[in-house]
Design a protein around this ligand. Sequence first.
Ligand code: NAG
Length: 465
Amino acid sequence: MNASKDKRPKTKSQDFHLFHALVMLSMAMLLLPVIGTSKQNIPQLKLTYKDLFLSNSCVPFMGSAEGLDFQTLLLDEERGKLLLGAKDHIFLLSLVDLNKNFKKTECANFIRVLQPYNKTHIYVCGTGAFHPICGYIDLGAYKEEVVFKLDTHNLESGRLKCPFDPQQPFASVMTDEYLYSGAASDFLGKDAAFTRSLGPTRDHHYIRTDISEHYWLNGAKFIGTFPIPDTCNPDDDKIYFFFCESSQESSTSDKTILSRVGRVCKNDVGGQRSLINKWTTFLKARLICSIPGNDGADTHFDELQDIYLLPTRDERNPVVYGVFTTTSSIFKGSAVCVYSMADIRAVFNGPYAHKESADHRWVQYEGRIPYPRPGTCPSKTYDPLIKSTWDFPDDVISFIKRHPVMYEAVYPVAGEPTFKRVDVDYRLTQVVVDHVVAEDGQYMSCFLAQVRANEIMPSFKRMFR
Ligand SMILES: *[C@@H]1O[C@H](CO)[C@@H](O)[C@H](O)[C@H]1NC(C)=O
């Protein structure tokens, strides 16, 4: 992530401090103490909310007695502020003292999107009573008194940028003033699209996934999206997104859920004759998180719940942490699987999957692959003559329409879950990871949130070295 470089506020998934803030803010959250060995993957530390409170390391935000339904937050380290999206309100809190002199602005229903837009403004979207609506909030320049004012003259439709429903899952990320979003396209939430909107000049093409291509997305639930460079050349930069969707296998009896990683090129402007204003570089692959079963068949944790990207020194290679749960009614459990970008790229560089017709299964595509290889970005790295996706030959465009799926799946680096919990009455829902330097070396600390019935209980766990 280049968030620290360009000094813009960080989004939730980019900083675990935010998770601390979340713990501080949510009265429903608990931390439980348990000491164990990291070999057996037992959380080394769990604290109840009460313990945390008594330890004086927790500051509850007493903004309102009402259920505010905090859904999104944005840390603005530069200004020392925390923005909180809630029901009907956005709060601007001071990190020094959350409860002192906080500001509040009224907004459309449930705030789901809070993204840093430029040096002075943030972009905000709310569900707006099933009519999602977006706008800009002026925070003012750095080092000056914070303004915090919603620009009511420039409100716009939030369709495909923000969900219609406060509970609908979605993912969004802002980069270079473009908003990439995976959200439901209607208020029923049955169909979702991955889109790019906004942009510095606004004359830029609004781009989305093609609904008429039914192999692209099938009832997708977006979990997270991240800009990740692929080479040293910015023209190869991609947006990766993580989601689950229904399997497209012919047997209607097994309605399996699959977890996926997908990607598009940042410089995709769509096709010229076909796939106009649609992605022409869209590819997706399956993410596997499974354990071998007693009968030889693998047991899959198939439903992705959360994704966290742990930055490394190489911005092209963050470590990908995913939390998964099972969809089986018999076998209940959750797991954390860890993936490398190298493995993900290898799958995207591997064979494509092919489906002859709706009644056939996906098989490995054995035919001729058009040039330039479908899914590669128009860039000098590959071919200096292809300057834009408009230059893609027709066979590349028609290939990507029917072959957006990779044949191989992405497996976790350890070959299996790094952490799992089976036959328990709770589910893991969120993960945030941090590097910790201890006396005896470096550790990864993995903060996991779990839900049991109606309570949320994050547990802190030091996983492995
Ligand atoms: C940021 O974007 C807003 C909304 O488009 C615009 O009014 C403002 O001038 C921009 N600020 C800067 C510093 O470019």
